[in-house]
Ligand binder design. Structure first.
Ligand SMILES: Cc1cc2nc3c(=O)[nH]c(=O)nc-3n(C[C@H](O)[C@H](O)[C@H](O)COP(=O)(O)OP(=O)(O)OC[C@H]3O[C@@H](n4cnc5c(N)ncnc54)[C@H](O)[C@@H]3O)c2cc1C
Length: 471
């Protein structure tokens, strides 16, 4: 039987492993650098609490077949939970997802009036002259009040770029309410009577978000898929326009696996850097210009039962360096362990920034200061601070990324047997269910005779481009 070697065991890699093994079209070997599967959607246990790599929820917008696959694998441990968050806007706390009464009562009256004015004057706002950017498109769709007070500062914090430098694609892929009309529609969705049955809720596994990938892996193995952990890919050999082998390091040993099918869910820039012989100069240059945003996750272990009743607090304002604070115990409504809780703060940050080199305790102290500054003082004893650093949290959509991505993408596609997929492989702002959908599409394009239906894959790629991130 033909073999596919899958690189990376985040949701895309694990999902491909399971769906390939189930399809019976190929045997599958999955290579993963970490000690566990899950990638950015994994979990780890801290003081008896299942912690994720930042706030993760399984959104009900998941395609039905993807949701069914997850439900089948996780079983009754997959809980349905109401969303219960707060967003900090103009010094006030507003319920998130937005609720109409809360918006009217809590936002400063002047700001509400500005929002209403922006909505009323939308038909008269002029389209931006010159090449559209993220900033100009949002300004036209939402108006100045929402753009300047919410989206621009939030995006500047997430990507470390002014909104004028961000690509317009971001407004369509990342901002699900890119017009006042859509936002109003979303808010009305909270009103009884207008409410869809699943508005304001999410799925979450009892043992943390990582339980999804763990369960998919268990199923994949039951169907014969092989997972090699702590196996770090170092090279992809190719010749005559075809892939030939992959090399990986496990401990001190480098192993070479001959194969004519490599499906990579690694960051596309890493994939290009592993090519042996090296990728042509224009491709390598394009890869060097593409950027992923990093993130430090700061976990504070507090000696108290619960910090707040909220699952997450959102901080769009630029003055607060973290973008979100979550309390993992609240995601699964867990009361165990008694007398201890963990806070997880998401701090967008790149390795060259001074915050990146601070110790865990220094970051913990800074986090306590930031929280005190927004009226969330940490009063319980901090037992300890732990951090995790993500090198590949978000793809950065600057104004030039599309050209550089196309150069890499076209070259990778030209090599027979090589496929790039998943969030990192397609450089997409995808949710977990989207990453799984890319794996499903790839498996659907593999024919039983070993050929890959490229035309069908291109159709899938056009569908993937319509994915909109849920926060
Ligand atoms: C802060 C944050 C919050 C998020 N919240 C949500 C949410 O609420 N809901 C949601 O659905 N999605 C959320 N996401 C998105 C979700 O994390 C991703 O969509 C998902 O993890 C992408 O899966 P993937 O398999 O494509 O990539 P990844 O999860 O990044 O997996 C890639 C894998 O490749 C491995 N790898 C890398 N290099 C090598 C190498 N050389 N050799 C071997 N293996 C290698 C990595 O270790 C990793 O396991 C969030 C993301 C972030 C950063």
């Amino acid at each position: 039987m033909q073999q596919v070697v899958v690189l990376g065991a985040g949701p895309a890699g694990v999902g491909a492993g399971l769906m390939l093994a189930q399809s019976g079209k190929a045997s599958v070997k999955v290579l993963e650098r970490a000690q566990q599967v899950g990638g950015n959607s994994g979990s780890f246990v801290l003081e008896g609490i299942h912690c994720d790599f930042g706030s993760h929820r399984l959104h009900p917008a998941s395609e039905p077949h993807i949701l069914a696959m997850i439900q089948d694998a996780v079983g009754p441990d997959l809980l349905w939970r109401p969303r219960h968050g707060r967003i900090r806007l103009k010094g006030r706390w507003i319920h998130f997802p937005l609720k109409p009464v809360d918006l009217l009562l809590r936002l400063p009256k002047g700001f509400t009036a500005q929002l209403l004015w922006d909505a009323a004057t939308k038909p008269f706002r002029r389209a931006p002259s010159g090449e559209p950017t993220f900033a100009s498109v949002l300004h036209q769709g939402l108006g100045p009040a929402m753009s300047e007070n919410f989206y621009y500062p939030y995006m500047r914090k997430l990507w470390a770029l002014p909104p004028e430098e961000l690509a317009v694609t971001l407004a369509t892929r990342r901002v699900s309410g890119s017009s006042i009309g859509k936002i109003v529609h979303k808010i009305l969705g909270q009103v009884p009577g207008f409410k869809k049955p699943q508005t304001g809720g999410f799925f979450f596994p009892k043992k943390g978000f990582g339980q999804i990938c763990d369960a998919l892996r268990t199923k994949a193995e039951a169907h014969g898929a092989e997972f090699l952990l702590e196996a770090s890919v170092t090279a992809i050999e190719h010749a005559d326009g075809k892939v030939k082998a992959v090399r990986f390091r496990k401990g001190e040993t480098e192993t070479r696996v001959e194969t004519d099918k490599i499906w990579s869910s690694l960051p596309i820039t890493s994939l290009v850097s592993f090519m042996d012989p090296p990728a042509p100069v224009p491709v390598a240059e394009a890869a060097s210009r593409i950027r992923f945003r990093g993130m430090i996750l700061i976990y504070l272990v507090l000696e108290q039962q619960q910090f707040t009743e909220y699952d997450a607090h959102y901080f769009p304002e630029y003055a607060v360096p973290i973008s979100r604070l979550s309390e993992p115990k609240n995601y699964s409504a867990s009361t165990e362990p008694n007398g201890v809780t963990v806070l997880c703060a998401e701090l967008p940050c790149d390795p060259h920034e001074p915050l990146w080199s601070l110790s865990d305790d220094e970051l913990g102290a800074k986090l306590c200061d930031w929280l005190a500054g927004v009226g969330l003082p940490v009063t319980a004893k901090v037992r300890r601070t732990v951090t995790r650093r993500l090198g590949y949290a978000y793809p950065v959509y600057d104004r030039n990324f599309e050209g550089d991505l196309a150069v890499m993408d076209q070259w990778v596609e030209s090599l027979e047997g090589l496929l790039t997929f998943g969030r990192q492989g397609l450089f997409a702002h995808d949710n977990t269910h989207h990453a799984l959908a890319t794996a499903h599409g790839a498996v659907d394009c593999l024919n039983a005779d070993g050929s890959f239906d490229l035309a069908k894959w291109r159709d899938y790629r056009r569908i993937f481009e319509t994915h909109v991130v849920e926060d």
